[in-house]
Structure formats: C-alpha cells, structure tokens
Design a protein around this ligand. Structure first.
Ligand SMILES: [Zn+2]
Length: 106
C-alpha cells in the first residue's frame, strides 16, 4: 500500500484502486503514485475475537484517501494521532511519523 491511485485527468487520489476515476469517470488516465506513508487515525476499534486483541483502524493518509489497516505497537490508540506505514506484508501502521532516511539524525 505504498502507492495509491491517481487520476491524471482531474488530479483526484483514490483508494482502493478502481477501473475508473470516481470523480471524473476517466478510465484512461489512472496511475499509481507513491505516498508519504504518513497519516492520522480517523477512527479505530479493538477486536477481541482473536487470541490476542488487535486494533483495526481507519487511517486518513496525508494525501487524503482513507485506508483500513491494523494499528500495531500502540497500547493507547486514539483518534487524530499521527501514524506511519510499516511496509510488512500485509502493511500495517504504527504510532509516529515516517521520516525519510535522508532526513534522519544519527
Ligand atoms: Zn478523474
């Protein structure tokens, strides 16, 4: 999920990917673009139907689209908190903000 679909005809980003743009109806100008991997928790729920409870969250990416994902390493999830993508398979989100390697301090 490091990419989301962009309509080059109208500029709209959408997720999940579809065969047409939901804004302008274009089917010929869709491509996948990279995301920052950053977003905020829009809402979440704690699922207790497994051996270990887990958090399922709606994440609003900084680019705008909303994705559903597991939220990990977060003992106290809350709405509006910053999260970042962990590129596992399947991808998950964790608290904090992704910092590109070129901007990390040692
Ligand atoms: Zn469009």
């Amino acid at each position: 999920m490091r990419t989301i679909q962009k309509c080059l005809a109208c500029g709209r980003l959408q997720h999940p990917a579809r065969s047409i743009c939901l804004t302008c109806g274009s089917a010929d100008h869709l491509e996948n673009v990279s995301t920052s991997g950053n977003g905020i928790v829009d809402s979440f729920t704690v699922v207790h139907r497994a051996d270990e409870p887990y958090v399922l969250a709606r994440i609003r990416l900084d680019e705008g689209p909303i994705v559903l994902s597991h939220l990990v390493d977060d003992p106290d999830p809350r709405c509006d908190q910053r999260v970042h993508l962990i590129p596992t398979e399947p991808p998950v989100f964790a608290p904090g903000r992704h910092v590109p390697p070129a901007h990390r301090s040692e």
